[in-house]
Write a protein that binds this ligand. Sequence first.
Ligand SMILES: *[C@@H]1O[C@H](CO)[C@@H](O)[C@H](O)[C@H]1NC(C)=O
Ligand SMILES: *[C@@H]1O[C@H](CO)[C@@H](O)[C@H](O)[C@H]1NC(C)=O
Ligand SMILES: *[C@@H]1O[C@H](CO)[C@@H](O)[C@H](O)[C@H]1NC(C)=O
Ligand SMILES: *[C@@H]1O[C@H](CO)[C@@H](O)[C@H](O)[C@H]1NC(C)=O
Length: 743
Amino acid sequence: MKIFFVIFAILACFSCHSMQSDLETYIVQVESPESQISTQPSRMDLESWYKSFMPKTIETASSDEKPQLIYSYHNVIIGFAARLSAKQVKEMEKKPGFIFAWPQRILSLHTTHSPSFLELQQNVGLWRDDNYGEGVIIGLFDTGITPDHPSFSDEGMPPPPAKWKGKCDSNFTGKCNNKLIGAKTYPLNSESPKDEAGHGTHTSSTAAGNFVKGANVYGNAKGTAVGIAPLAHLAMYKVCDNDCLESAILAGMDEAIDDGVDIMSLSLGGGSRPFYYDVIALGAYSAAKRGILVSCSAGNGGPSQSTISNEAPWILTVGASTIDRELKATVMLGNQKLFEGESVFSPKVPDSSFYPLIDPSLNATHIGSRFREPGTLSDPKFKDKIVVCMAGGYVSTIGKGQVVKDAGGVGMILVSIPEYGFSKFADPHVLPALYITFNDGMEILQYINSTSEPTARISFHGTIIGDKEAPVVAAFSSRGPSYASPGILKPDIIGPGNNILAAWHTSVDYEKHTKSAFNIIQGTSMSCSHLSGVAALLKSSHRNWSPSAIKSAIMTTANTLNLANVPILDERLLPADIFAIGAGHVNPLRANDPGLIYDIPIEDYLPYLCGLNYTNQQVGSIVKHKVDCNKVKHIPEAQLNYPSFSITLGDISQTYTRTVTNVGEAKSSYTVEIDSPPGVTVNVKPSTLKFSKLDQKLKYQVTFTRRDDSTSSGIAQGFLKWSCKKYSVRSPIAVVLQPTIGF
Ligand SMILES: *[C@@H]1O[C@H](CO)[C@@H](O)[C@H](O)[C@H]1NC(C)=O
Ligand SMILES: *[C@@H]1O[C@H](CO)[C@@H](O)[C@H](O)[C@H]1NC(C)=O
Ligand SMILES: *[C@@H]1O[C@H](CO)[C@@H](O)[C@H](O)[C@H]1NC(C)=O
Ligand SMILES: *[C@@H]1O[C@H](CO)[C@@H](O)[C@H](O)[C@H]1NC(C)=O
């Protein structure tokens, strides 16, 4: 019901916009007024400079709406957001100082499945040192927050650091405390930072929720729910309702920079774009310049290649994996065959109850009827039957279940899509139901077709911990290579994003209404907020580390093996490739003490951006000052001091330099270990790095050469690793081999 309402509300909103006026919200980038005024522009200067671009006359008698400047930015871009007509933008283009304008995009939250809810303890014991993220401020850009949820209690929390300048919106005062130290709202139709969607409450509590004892629903596993950095402070910038507007995201990031956040966490995004008109890349650059680490979800476009978003090299781009927890449910067929699936809803059903099983498509005109759209199951023949439905389509899983329930069905088997392989999702349901793989689903359909009286029984087994295959890359997790910058390996890292329990804005448990509602949802949104928490832990214990140092520590110490000590698998249960996992799965304990780091001073991005062949104006709009790329050294992407490598290799060798900084033991000697990608020779000089003091920087060169005998093309992967007694510092290598002429 709720879900349907959301869909209609969005449609209604689109149509009302187009009816009311021909104005759209544009993001407008202009040159810095520096070129006019010689001193650093003040906010007032900027605002009047921006106003000078706005249409002077109110000539639009036909339209109800006047052009209007909505947001004046001063950190994230030199520019503003304004309601304008296409014609007014054309006029604006003629003014000196104008660079570029585009109608704002609507970005989406990076959860996949419809919200589910529930129970149990966050499995984070292994995450923690004696470090709880004290003194660090995480800014979340999301759907708002539920301030009275016990996850946001400030018990045991120190007051915010003195540098904090943020605040709570006027009608949220009294809601903030030493945990939730800031809350602001940006969507125009939103009155307060209160979360009406659940997503922001979930991501906030994952990153830095306080301890909540006894979180449980349906009597399932009881435990303590807690965020990754329980002593970190939270600031909510509500930039989304159910969708996120670019103008609002920029406005939130603009203020968060002034407010003094240490980490920005953005579990949202759109498709890949060049960085000069990707608002998150633009905002994140300004944040990085101020020492703020920006952690973003990689997107839920997997498992297809090149689906990654939020891939600028100054962003930590986070993919998603499973955790070792299943919410197990099974279905047994009349022929005694048993299939395993997952479900959040685990009602107590009598174990002996076999029911008739029905595949609605068998008698329907087309296969689409298995998608279970509203009204498609009014037929009385579904009464007291278990119905097979396909995942996907427009209707959420909970919505499909409702349709089956309304038709008198007693259960539902939800069959995954083929691309999702062995991935299963624990969803909420309104009737006994479970999610099974596509292959299992096909077997069940064959069984139905093969017998005159098919029957099945659904049973629930609750929470099972200890899946040795975990972490497995989630099917939905977006994959590289990056479009915007193929020479930077993305994603950077993967972290927990499947079946993640965290706080929720409302209890969806019909039986028991409780203030401390919890919910399980999936998406790179969830893995992003985990990594934001990890970054807060590192920031707390290493105050002077730059964002790129924190990122390097996370990447070079990542796990590449799963709990069973074999290489991490993907949704097909095949070894996951480098464009699915990047550096691997986050290992927070090791990240806290990485030995060496690959730092990237902010100035290094300039030769990198010029090397992308952007125009001076385009580079200028990212770095926010005038740029002449003709006077700047250009570097290829792979020359950026990144902790990983992504190379496109033809017949000519390529050599890159890296600089590592010693943050381990003063006197230490590292030797290199190379695992060359098949068909490629990797040569590192020197092969030993001897450090005599802390913070010492040493360089090495790495040369990639195609092997004489190699005619293969495609993707090859390997790594190089610097090791000493105590540390091992690993950089993954992706090589795209260009086809060569064979003999
Ligand atoms: C918040 O304040 C605005 C005006 O500042 C008011 O219109 C709105 O009703 C208030 N919202 C709530 C939930 O109190
Ligand atoms: C399909 O329709 C036929 C004939 O109307 C009927 O005999 C059969 O039971 C139906 N099968 C299902 C699975 O509903
Ligand atoms: C059902 O079985 C028949 C033959 O036994 C076969 O021709 C048909 O394709 C099957 N249908 C489905 C949907 O599997
Ligand atoms: C930029 O242009 C140079 C010269 O044409 C070319 O060699 C290089 O590959 C280009 N870089 C990118 C990232 O397209």
